[in-house]
Design a protein around this ligand. Structure first.
Ligand SMILES: NC(=O)c1ccc[n+]([C@@H]2O[C@H](COP(=O)([O-])OP(=O)(O)OC[C@H]3O[C@@H](n4cnc5c(N)ncnc54)[C@H](OP(=O)(O)O)[C@@H]3O)[C@@H](O)[C@H]2O)c1
Length: 188
């Protein structure tokens, strides 16, 4: 089982638009149906992992975004309307254990956001960081750092041009055991 974070990012380094939506949603190629390589990426995945902030908007979608994946959410509470099959936990170590014990050999799509990616990296559990660099500049928004430590070691693995003008870049991550971002242990 590999834990693979995948994030869309503007060419000036923002993973959200200035008003907080995932970078991808601002790309005209996204609204016209371009998948940005997600279908191929998901072929090897059996689970989706994310933070509560990233998860919650999905509850208002007409269509469940992860029909073929087991879903794991890190957060202090279980948001109203969360389907029964979704596994939530407030403790990242415990959630990682649940993820591993449910695993049938497939990979885990770590959806984000930056705080949750930083959390699993700090636990030494982040295997790859995959970026989809969009041909757009935002001028503002959320960055991966400092929630993901700037000390994270990245080793280039591969890249490919995607239809619609984006570029996918895959790095493997050096394991690390740093401070968990976000919450002091006493509040988890
Ligand atoms: N560009 C992309 O591909 C992409 C992908 C996904 C998300 N995003 C964007 O990312 C933004 C959200 O990112 P984010 O970093 O603010 O939030 P996030 O990682 O989605 O969720 C943060 C929440 O997860 C829980 N959490 C994270 N680390 C924890 C830890 N160490 N211990 C306990 N709980 C922990 C906490 O939940 P509680 O508050 O319940 O305790 C925390 O508030 C959104 O604007 C979204 O649009 C972009």
């Amino acid at each position: 089982m590999q834990i693979r974070a995948r994030m869309s990012m503007s060419a000036d380094g923002y993973v959200t638009t200035p008003n907080g939506w995932p970078a991808l949603t601002a790309d005209p190629a996204f609204t016209s149906g371009e998948s940005h390589g997600i279908r191929e990426f998901l072929e090897g995945c059996e689970a989706a992992l994310m933070g509560r902030t990233t998860f919650e908007p999905a509850l208002a979608n007409n269509r469940w975004p992860w029909p073929d994946l087991d879903v794991f959410v890190l957060g202090s509470h279980r948001p109203d309307g969360t389907p029964d099959h979704v596994i939530t936990d407030s403790d990242p170590v415990r959630l990682l254990e649940k993820l591993r014990s449910a695993n049938r050999g497939g990979d885990v799509h770590l959806i984000g956001g930056p705080q949750t990616i930083g959390t699993f990296h700090a636990l030494g559990a982040l295997d790859t960081l995959e970026l989809v660099l969009l041909p757009m500049l935002f001028g503002g928004g959320m960055q991966l750092t400092p929630m993901l430590s700037p000390d994270t070691g990245l080793t280039f693995r591969r890249e490919r041009a995607l239809p619609g003008g984006s570029v996918e870049i895959v790095y493997s991550c050096r394991g690390s055991r740093a401070e968990l971002p976000g919450k002091p242990a006493s509040q988890r």
